[in-house]
Write a protein of this length. Sequence first.
Lengths: 83, 408
Amino acid sequence: MPKASAKKSAKPVEELSYEEALTELEGLVASLEDEQNPLEDSMRLFERGQALVAHCSALLESAQLKVQKLSGESLIPFEEESE
Amino acid sequence: MQPTLFSSIHLTVSQLTLHIRKQLENDPTLQDVWVEGEISNLSRPASGHVYFTLKDKNASLRCMMWKPDAARLRVNLQDGMAIEAHGRITVYEPQGTYQLAVNLIQPKGEGALYQEFLRLKAMLESEGLFAPERKRPIHQLPNKIGIVTSQTGAALRDMLNTLRRRLPLAQVILAPSPVQGVEAPPALVKGIQLLNYQLPDVIIIARGGGSIEDLWAFNDERVVRAVAESKAPVICGVGHETDFTLCDFAADLRAPTPTAAAELATPITILDLSSDLLSARTRLTSLTLNLLAEQKAVISSFISRLKYISPERRIQSAYQHLDELSRRAFSALTHGIQIQISNVNGISKRLLSLNPEGILSRGYAIITRKDDHMVVSKVSQAFGKMKVRVSDGEFEVNRGLDTAAVIE
């Protein structure tokens, strides 16, 4: 299913979680490596790949541990006591 | 009994003391015994040995602990503390006293707890709760991490700092729970169960270090079963390196400390992710560049093939042909002219030979009479003034009539 990888992710890059973006990026690079895509498709894959890389980098740089706590069965933000 | 001088046994003090010592030291009960009591007269001289008296209501026992054993003590000894001391009875001959040479001390009651621990462990083990095949793998890159611990403890702070450093992409859900006392076990169980509804990738159950009583909630059968039944894999990080609880055995992974639990929960760190991303980017770029280079090569091979079959060659050969024709035409023309020239030359020579002047050069002369320009062709005509023309000029001669007659 060579073409599928290129078309599958219609989802905008900005909406992907880190893991989703990374998984797609890996698939995309593998598809560039293994498959004979038309040049135009390859260029589209490359552009998508660059966008994924940029998105992942941004997520890594801005990542802040999100801490919540259970209150009954719902979640509320957890405030750490500052020392 | 009446004292008698004739008693068969006479001993020195040393001999008697030695005898007592041998008696005591040959008694197996006295050589491997746990003694329960309260500490008093605790003394720790600079030698590093520890001396104290162990007392109960009716009796007291002198105890001493050699420096190497004292250094390994887990409990902080204090006067009044109820303990169980293990050791052997020895005799101190200079003072004629016996004492317990202690090598192990545990707080009173710990022995019973330990027995309970072993009983519960054996029972749960026989149920298969600790079986290696029950252990599930830990997610390499967890998105959601559940934590069951006290929300005020240092353990939580250490874990959050560790997670923040290693994998700030993660989301942490805390199920606050007391971690010691009677209310701890049910709260820990509830925390594990409620966290499971949040579908975390992993649950950490943790507590900082403490005495065996402090950690006892993590040996509670209900808690151990909840750990074993958790849908999400559980990492247990309770106490210090040397503390083992039944939760450790039931968990999918045992961590020596809470901090270590947070590390084991995040096998892949943000540093790994960054370097993976960098290499993916490099691969992406080089792949695309290669692809473009390949396409360029294809294009340039087309260019050379196109050149080969292009009409340019035919045009060139047509030009060549044209040149050839033109050269041939030119040379043909030149040749014609040459022939014409040589014809003209031939005619010109012939013409020259016909010129009367040419005869003069061979020694002939033309003589004309000067008066009437008549050419003298007969001797009879040769008289008077005449002009003689030779090849390079002319001169005059004068001849009388008579002369002419004479000759004639």
